[in-house]
Ligand binder design. Sequence first.
Ligand code: 5GP
Length: 115
Amino acid sequence: MTSPSIFTRILNGDIPGEILLDTDRVFAIRDINPQAPLHALVIPKTEQFRDVTELADGDPALLAEIIAAAKQLADEHANGEYRLIFNNGASAGQSVFHVHAHVLGNIEEGDLVGL
Ligand code: 5GP
């Protein structure tokens, strides 16, 4: 993996991005191409894990922190409910190989999100 990733560059302020949440081990940004009124990406600060399979194997507590962050974002920026998506592999739609969760909130009824 090329380092730093686009997400790390946003965290570091090297490129612009709206940071919604910042903890010891994770941060969240608003997706540049939103698919719902709330569309955030929750990202571990480490670039050690390419996808959620590696993350679950390597640091399940960090995966739990991502889910807690998703809930916090849904509480603060939507109605408290949310859809969580991890794309795993290029054929599944993953384009950035620094693991991240898509958090979607206030989804329109009937809206099937294809990311
Ligand atoms: P993936 O396709 O890997 O699951 O998700 C990558 C996401 O990162 C996409 O939804 C894409 O819109 C978002 N993204 C890519 N580049 C940028 C950027 O420079 N800024 C922000 N905020 N989001 C980005």
